[in-house]
Design a protein around this ligand. Structure first.
Ligand SMILES: [Zn+2]
Length: 471
């Protein structure tokens, strides 16, 4: 059957690193001769905390930090200061994707190639995503990649990562492999998508290993995909959270239902990395969930995309056209008639039935005081960088203003990442990281302006951005 073969081919290609023809990717690079400082002149500055825009400012960047913000004309650069014209544009803090994946491939499910992590990093940076929290990197060396970006050897967003994904035996995403891959290879592939935890001792051992490697957090899966798959028992979730805590680490959870959210919270997790997407949260449970004080990464787009993808072609956004080859964008529809999803069909149908419910869940949780964060969950159809911009559009549909949606992808995310310390990014202020976007117009009036990028600054350096070649 085609589905078995193509899915198998995808995994084998992904594992062995022997992809087919190279796919064009965006080119992003640091300036060949880096200036000692950058002066952005006469720019409007987006003030995240008040949601307002202050016009006519000069902003000075030096040594990867914002070092000056003054009314236009009051700041001067030195000899080799790079002057950037900010007139007509708004300066916004670099975006934080709170559910990004570095080692993923966004091609159609029936036609995947091998993941290209470095191209993904470039695509995030191209789109103005300057920090990624990656809650599942099963590759050999997430820690080395994180260090190479920090050292400037790779161009891309700053990485926070959990490394491997912890799940229950036969749970998500192992169950998907069991569903789609033949038995004779399934046992092997399963070990490459998640680490199963059969008991408390195994949970503690895995958390010890992840902590020793230097993870920024620990990730567990509680949700069931397909719908019949087993869920992580509460005592295992609790064991993970407590062991992680002993290493000074927080645990984050993949959830799908109200019950998942409650069990994760009762176990002590610090972040829901999906919204409740499978059902309408009962009215009396909204206050219960809000009382935990845990932020939620809504991830509306990823489920929306699976639901819409089978119904008709999806019109690409500006950033998708700039970062993804046209033939890849066109290859999502129609879905090949012989593409079999087996028992995943029930899950896909549910994702379609709950589209408006997800929006409504986020709206009601937010009204009850839950902090909503922005995350794309990069995967098939959800492109690195461009996917986060789509997610911000969904957040506006939940009732946020554009300014509030941007805050969900900047300051509020930076506060979570800082884990009780003063956030080093997420607002435009002296002393903060110079991770910035310069966008045409005013994104607080029209969110589309956020993807009309004049410049992106990574640690104070303007990056050269070249889109994928046109058709
Ligand atoms: Zn994910």
């Amino acid at each position: 059957m085609r589905s078995f073969e193509s899915v198998l081919a995808f995994f084998l290609i992904a594992l062995l690193g022997c992809g087919g023809e190279p796919v064009p990717t965006v080119d992003v690079r640091l300036p060949a001769s880096p200036p000692s400082s950058v002066l952005i002149q006469d720019v409007s500055v987006f003030e995240v905390e008040t949601g307002t825009v202050t016009p006519n400012r000069d902003v000075l960047l030096e040594a990867a930090l914002i070092v000056g913000i003054e009314p236009h004309g009051r700041l001067e650069g030195r000899g080799d200061t790079l002057i950037v014209d900010g007139a007509g544009a708004t300066l916004v803090p670099g975006l934080i994707d709170m559910h990004g994946h570095i080692v993923s491939n966004s091609n159609p499910s029936w036609n995947r190639g091998s993941p290209d992590p470095e191209a993904n990093l470039r695509a995030y940076a191209y789109a103005g995503v300057t920090t990624v929290f990656d809650p599942s990197d099963m590759s050999d060396d997430p820690w080395g990649r994180r260090a190479r970006v920090a050292a400037g050897e790779l161009v891309g967003p700053r990485i926070f990562t959990t490394g491997p994904l912890l799940t229950t035996p036969d749970g998500h995403p192992i169950a998907i492999i069991q569903q789609l891959a033949p038995w004779w290879i399934s046992w092997y592939l399963e070990g490459l998508v998640a680490v199963p935890l059969p008991d408390v001792a195994a949970a503690e051992k895995q958390v010890d290993a992840i902590a020793t490697n230097g993870a920024d957090a620990v990730k567990i899966v509680i949700d069931a995909i397909p719908l019949e798959a087993p869920r992580m028992p509460p005592e295992i979730a609790k064991a993970v959270v407590e062991r992680a805590r002993s290493h000074g680490l927080r645990t984050v959870a993949h959830i799908g239902t109200t019950q998942d959210a409650r069990e994760a919270a009762d176990a002590g997790v610090a972040l829901w990395v999906h919204g409740v997407y499978k059902e309408r949260i009962p009215d009396d449970q909204i206050a219960v969930l809000a009382a935990y004080g845990i932020p939620m990464v809504a991830t509306v787009e990823v489920f929306d995309r699976y639901a819409r993808g089978s119904r008709g072609p999806i019109v690409p956004t500006r950033l998708e056209r700039e970062t993804v080859p046209a033939d890849v964008l066109e290859s999502f529809y129609p879905v090949p008639s012989d593409f079999e999803v087996g028992t995943l069909r029930g899950w896909l149908e549910l994702a379609g039935e709950t589209m408006d419910i997800r929006i409504d869940n986020v709206r009601r949780l937010r009204e009850a005081g839950v902090t909503i964060l922005a995350g794309s969950d990069t995967q098939s159809g959800v492109f690195p960088g461009a996917g986060l911009h789509r997610e911000l559009g969904h957040l506006v549909r939940t009732g946020m203003t554009p300014a509030e949606a941007i805050r969900a992808a900047t300051l509020d995310a930076a506060i979570w990442l800082a884990d009780g310390d003063e956030p080093d990014s997420g607002i435009i202020a002296v002393g903060k990281r110079a991770d910035l976007l310069l966008v045409e117009g005013d994104p607080t009036r029209d969110l589309d302006a956020l993807s009309d990028l004049r410049a992106v600054f990574l640690a104070g350096m303007p990056i050269e951005r070249t889109p994928v070649p046109g058709p």
